[in-house]
Each structure stands twice: as structure tokens, then as C-alpha cells.
Design a binder for this molecule. Structure first.
Ligand SMILES: [Zn+2]
Length: 152
């Protein structure tokens, strides 16, 4: 388990490439998830998506209720109509903060590390974290919502 270097830059082509679903949860996929978990801890992040460490698989790590967990092939199956605007940062965009509107509650499906399908309803910060990471898996970044560098 090794923390991986995090790619940065709004125009980085890897960060802008849509990821591909994981067909089989191989040892390599599990190792990637472990390394991503270590990377998230080292960076003190709330989440991390595979493109941020140079990988093209549809996987991410998210901090839900204080615990880091891997999401394999996550999909948002429902978004509440109610939205909330809050400031977000991104490990791949140092010193940039953006006011991003997000659905207040969502339902997601994903596979866990054992390959079992799971479904969860998430609200508020947890819903925001997952929407941010799923954006990464689509090649989308917070600056796409409008850039507002923080005044010094
Ligand atoms: Zn990010």
C-alpha cells in the first residue's frame, strides 16, 4: 500500500477522460483501491477518484460517516430536486474553491470490494462527496461549475 502521486490541472487530459466500468474485480483493482485509500489518508481528502491517480477504471474512494470506503462502478440512480450550494475544493485543483450546486440527497448503486451490488441513500455532505467523485469519473471538475479563486 503506497500513497500515489495526485495529478493536478483543470486541463490534464487524464482528469478529463471518462472512466470505463470495472468488469472483473481483479487483484490489480483491489490493490489500486488500497493505494487510493492510502493516498486519500495522506492527502487528508474526503474522496479520491481513479483518474486523479492516473487510472481509467470507474472506481473511487469516499469518506462516508467518517469512514473511507471504495465504490466500484458507482452510479447515481436518483437525485433530489432540492439543491444546496456550498464551497468545494479538489485535491487535483490546489488553491481553487468553487461554489457548486449539488442535490441534497441522492441514491447510489455500486459494487463493494467483494463484488456485491449495494444501494445507499445519502444526504448533505455525504451526497456532495459522492457527486464530486462521480463527476471525476465522467471527466468533470468543479471549475466546470464556474471558477472562483479564493482571495488571498
Ligand atoms: Zn476532486
Amino acid at each position: 500500500m503506497t500513497p500515489l502521486p495526485i495529478l493536478t490541472g483543470a486541463n490534464n487530459p487524464i482528469l478529463r477522460t471518462k472512466t470505463k466500468p470495472v468488469k472483473k474485480i481483479t487483484k490489480d483493482v483491489l490493490k489500486l483501491l488500497k493505494d487510493m485509500e492510502q493516498t486519500t489518508i495522506a492527502a487528508e481528502g474526503l474522496g479520491l477518484a481513479a483518474p486523479q491517480v492516473g487510472h481509467g477504471e470507474r472506481v473511487c474512494i469516499v469518506k462516508l460517516h467518517g469512514k473511507l470506503m471504495p465504490l466500484i462502478n458507482p452510479e447515481i440512480t436518483h437525485k433530489s430536486r432540492e439543491q444546496e450550494i456550498a464551497e468545494e475544493g479538489c485535491l487535483s485543483l490546489p488553491n481553487i474553491w468553487v461554489q457548486v450546486p449539488r442535490a441534497v440527497s441522492i441514491v447510489i448503486t455500486y459494487q463493494n470490494a467483494k463484488g456485491a451490488e449495494e444501494e445507499r441513500k445519502l444526504e448533505k455532505l455525504e451526497a456532495r462527496i459522492v457527486q464530486h467523485e462521480v463527476d471525476h469519473l465522467e471527466g468533470k471538475l468543479i471549475v466546470d461549475y464556474g471558477e472562483h479563486p479564493k482571495p488571498l
